[in-house]
Design a protein around this ligand. Structure first.
Ligand code: CAA
Length: 248
């Protein structure tokens, strides 16, 4: 039997760079995988492309920055799949800019999509996990929530906030079989990192001891491990995967 056979996994923003690798890895481990999306056409194309390669993902629309949208999405997921055992809060955006230029819109968008979403989505599923006595919440944070980053006051605040959330909820659910952890990826080869100006990106890569960007699969492998029974004693942790760029 596969490690995650019989489990339902919800991955927010599963159609993105790291999200896709997570969906594939969890499905390969036996889970039924549901991904939320924000852009219908793109998500349908993603779904059929992966179906053609043997992965049948369920997709469901949700603006994770909206509490009401998350309530509606959760109702659909519960009706169609009976609930969620593994929740991966992966959806995230960047709106980089130095603080002196940062607008309230840039600030609010990143806090809402990257941090408030974690409340909005987790709130819908965690009670059922504790009632059942088994659950996994895995939050995809960032190296920049640990070390800060020039041009990312909004993003670093949201990503550091995710870990505060992780440590607190982990304490509340520890006796109920539900673990809550965060993963802090370093710079991974995805569209998000490719959007960083090339000269800036080259300097960042030069500062990574391994001398390369990470692969989405290297984050997905950690997610699958944290989701498994083998990781039952790990909770409230923040696991870094950053090629040695930041050690603590
Ligand atoms: N440290 C110190 N000074 C820096 C600097 C740095 N890292 N980067 C730029 N500067 C300086 C410049 O030399 C320039 O100085 P002068 O004014 O003296 O010439 C000044 O800052 C430029 O300031 P501006 O406000 O004009 O900034 P800008 O419009 O040129 O753009 C930026 C700044 C948007 C932050 C741009 O540098 C950038 O995109 N940086 C990358 C940020 C980054 O790493 N984002 C990560 C995205 S991927 C991700 O988030 C995934 C993940 O989890 C890792």
């Amino acid at each position: 039997m596969k490690a995650l056979e019989g489990k339902v996994a919800l991955v927010t923003g599963g159609t993105g760079g790291i999200g896709t690798a997570i969906c594939i890895k969890l499905a390969d481990a036996g889970a039924k995988v549901v991904s939320t999306y924000n852009h219908e056409e793109q998500a349908r194309e993603w779904q059929s492309r992966h179906a053609a390669m043997g992965h049948e993902f369920v997709i469901t629309r949700c603006d994770v920055s909206s509490y009401d949208d998350c309530v509606a999405m959760a109702d659909r997921v519960k009706a169609d799949h009976g609930g969620v055992d593994i929740l991966v809060n992966n959806a995230g955006i960047t709106k980089d800019g130095t603080f002196r230029k940062m607008t309230p819109d840039q600030w609010n968008a990143v806090i809402d999509v990257n941090l408030s979403s974690v409340f909005n989505v987790t709130r819908q599923f965690v009670d059922a996990m504790t009632d059942k006595g088994w659950g996994r919440v895995i939050n995809i944070s960032s190296i920049n929530g640990q070390k800060g980053q020039f041009g990312q006051t909004n993003y670093a605040a949201a990503k550091a906030g995710m870990h505060g959330f992780t440590m607190s909820l982990a304490q509340e659910t520890a006796r109920k079989g539900v673990t809550v952890n965060s993963i802090s990826p370093g710079y991974i080869a995805t569209e998000m990192v490719m959007a960083v100006p090339e000269d800036v990106r080259a300097k960042i890569i030069a500062g990574i001891p391994m001398g390369r960007l990470g692969k989405p699969e290297e984050i997905a492998a950690l997610v699958a491990f944290l989701a498994s029974d083998d990781a039952a004693f790990i909770t409230g942790a923040n696991i870094a995967a950053n090629g040695g760029q930041h050690m603590m």
